[in-house]
Design a protein around this ligand. Structure first.
Ligand code: GRF
Length: 205
């Protein structure tokens, strides 16, 4: 089977990046990470990439006069690696409409809530404060709307009586680490198509 060339964009710890690296290493994911790209020079995920001998790129958004300038440079770098899929894994940047349009259908994101609930930040805290019984994660194609875009997969996580923001985030992360490589593998297998903003999944398993 074909190996899917991907780039992974991060801003922080990169635990999802690690789960992708591990899935490639244990051969449950037919992908190659061409580069890990970050806007934060101190992102711990850079260490994870270096450990796995993956090229890294640091692009400090503060060095660019506008979001569009930053996104234009980011586009150039991504294209240089000839990736077929852009994987956002904790990339804490709002993306310009032009950037999103350019990669539409080729860029996915993981978000720690059951979208459309709790777009944006502090999702675990907001789920707890709302008294929700169930929380979870969503993986979606990226569209111009923040944390919008066609949803590919969701996974629920029960909220326990004694949950804190930290304990809940931790349990959601465990599920993120299973779900994200799985979705990337579906894409590597050519099982997902995006037609008229709707996802069609082929069951060729
Ligand atoms: C994850 O919770 C992900 O859903 C969100 O940002 C966090 C990234 O965590 N988009 P990590 O950097 O992969 O550890």
């Amino acid at each position: 089977m074909k190996t899917l060339p991907i780039v992974v964009l991060i801003s922080g710890s990169g635990s999802n990046l690690q789960s992708i690296i591990n899935s490639i290493a244990n051969k449950t994911l037919n992908a190659k990470i061409c580069a890990v790209i970050t806007n934060k020079a101190d992102a711990y995920g850079l260490e994870r990439a270096k450990q796995a001998n993956i090229p890294t790129e640091i692009l400090d958004h503060r060095q660019y006069p506008s979001r569009e300038d930053f996104d234009a440079q980011l586009t150039k770098i991504i294209e240089r690696y000839q990736a077929e899929l852009v994987v956002l894994a904790g990339f804490m940047r709002i993306l310009s409409d032009g950037f999103v349009a350019h990669f539409y259908g080729r860029m996915i994101n993981i978000h720690p809530s059951l979208l459309p609930k709790y777009r944006g930040l502090h999702t675990h805290q907001r789920a707890l404060e709302s008294g929700d019984k169930v929380h979870g994660l969503s993986i979606h194609y990226v569209s111009a709307e923040l944390d919008g875009g066609p949803i590919i997969l969701q996974k629920t996580v029960p909220i326990l009586a004694d949950d804190t923001e930290k304990s809940l985030a931790q349990r959601v992360l465990v599920e993120e680490h299973i779900a994200y490589p799985k979705v990337i593998q579906w894409i590597a297998q050519g099982r997902l198509q995006l037609i008229d903003h709707k996802i069609i999944m082929t069951d060729n398993a």
